[in-house]
Design a protein around this ligand. Sequence first.
Ligand code: NAD
Length: 698
Amino acid sequence: MTVHYQVHTDVAVLTLDLPPVNSLGLAMRQALAAGLQRAQDEPQVQAIVLTGAGKAFSGGADITEFGHDAAFAEPNLHTLIAMVEGCSKPVVAALHSVCMGGGLELALACHYRMATPDCKLGLPEVKLGLLPGAGGTQRLPRALGVEPALNMIVSGEPVAAALLAQVPGQKLLTQLATSAATLLDEAVALARSVASVRPLPLVAALRARHPQGDAYFQFARNMVKGMAKHFPAPAKCVDAVQAATQQKITDGLATERDLFLQLMFTPESRALRHLFFAERAASKIPDVPANTPLRAIESVAVIGAGMMGGGIAMNFLNAGVPVKLLETKQEALERGVATIRKNYEGQLAKGKLTQDKYAQRMALLSTTLDYADLKDADLVIEAVFEDMAVKQAVFTQLDAVAKPGAILASNTSTLDLNQIAAFTQRPQDVVGLHFFSPANVMKLLEVVRGAKTANDVLATAMAVAKKIRKTAVLSGVCDGFIGNRMIERYSQQAGFLLDEGCTPEQVDKAAEQFGFAMGPFRMSDLAGNDIGWAIRKRRAIERPDIRYSKTADLLCEQGRFGQKTGAGWYDYLPGKRNAIPNADVVAMIAANRQAQGITPRQIADEEIVQRLVFSLVNEAAHILEEGIATKASDIDVVYIFGYGFPVHRGGPLCYANEVGLFNVVAAMQRFANNPLDDAAFWQPAPLLQRLVAEGKSF
Ligand code: NAD
């Protein structure tokens, strides 16, 4: 049953009931249409109340229907809205908890609306690269006023009913309910009191006006262009709301429909919808059942109070979980705690944290030099030096003191997790939790599954990630896991581009134009060029067949490690992060080119971007095929949340699908024929070849 039908003497109450959020899929729409018809047919019913069971009035459209026939199947949302507006008896919407998207559009079609003060109302479609397509852009400005409506539509942010009720002249909310407990009774009473009012009031019959008209909309258009330059939806929202002020409701609805359909087929909207599902899918592990019992995590210990350990600890303190920090020396502990304090004080100064919260968080932090103090921890996260001997010492001691069932996690970025697990007698309890720097800020967490990691440890790790507000992705064990393994290929290409004729600035600009938060050289300067240097030295021994440009090594030999030394691919002024091109670096690159007998050529931005991005795509295909990632969308999540890949492109694999895998492989073959590039590098991964042969995408 998706809609309950109950008659309270003379008022019919239709209750949407489809957990979790009463979304308006086909079955719900059918049941609502039937309920409305029945209420009109029954003579004792004088008025109707629409409300929602559980945690929402309605969260809106069922977005799993997007792009499928079910979304348009009758009764579609438009038809349902027309039925409500044309109902022969008054309809009162009784709103609580959340009323979003299509849910709000449905409520706007009702003759009266009542809401609990804390009910959140919003039109979040813009976050999926769309605009509200069932009258929201036409009715909300009429009901609430043009400016507040446009703000809600362009931002997609929900607003509490109590605030909306204060908007001068608003007709969105007929009345605020006293509380959730009394909402239904109050709504039934309201319905009864208006049972004989005719004609029935319609939002559609109101007028939306703005005193400054054109000037205001031009201003709004400029604003959204600046704020969301890669996204077409916000500007179209402005167009739609302007139409509400200029056109009759029927014409305005047609304009809205037109704009909605234009957006529906943009790559930006496809990317955002892809990411919406990808993020939700990331925490689901194919062979770990959703009902796997979780281990309780009520206290955490962090070993190593360095750069990563401190940030990791803060995540848990922020979530209200007590943390014990362990170090080898008192000074190191004090340094670690001081850094945490400094971070919080920075937030305090910016007004992002209250004194109270700061005190609460610091009170959850304790320190120790003694492993015996870790015996009660439910989860221990190791963040000590990246050295197998040090990891061995730590895990051997942990194994001796940790309580049975405690989860033992390592934050290693490059070492073999299976070897680390083997230092203990309980490899099933060992898991990788690969945080990204700065660990208290970056959203991404790679959960690394060792050969013996137990299912309930993985399920618990995913739940812990959620608790500390990280987006977690499962990775198998390999060098670099998903993200760093891919970025190494990308950096390799960036180096080849220098050898062939580019400057770091040209490569970075092309990547940033494409939408990357930072190009490869600015990013390397931020992360520290010495990190890649160390990896290349190791590779030279393990994998002498892998080719790198020599320029990065030459740079490091000059001590240009990046922002931390004030000099890298660029120069940096003290305390500043602006990258200033350096003529000596450019000359060094040219000299190296000359020494290799390479005649530089002009390389187009398009080639730069394709070489960078398709290097990611090819490595991703290997990662998928090897089962290191369990689904393609996980790889997109890693790149969006951990590496600044442009959101409007949906991640490297979503982008490759947009380009078409046939075209991706064709470009790779062109690059392979470039004698200055690396033919082996561009050998398409078998999975990629197979997908092209079968005409499929990732
Ligand atoms: P760091 O040098 O800043 O901190 C390491 C800390 O561990 C130091 O404070 C040190 O005193 C302490 N330590 C060393 N041996 C110890 C022991 N036996 N017992 C207790 N404490 C000990 O290093 P970091 O950058 O924080 O890296 C820590 C781990 O995180 C490494 O495994 C690294 O690969 C991984 N990691 C680093 C980054 C990054 O960007 N820095 C990102 C992801 C993962």
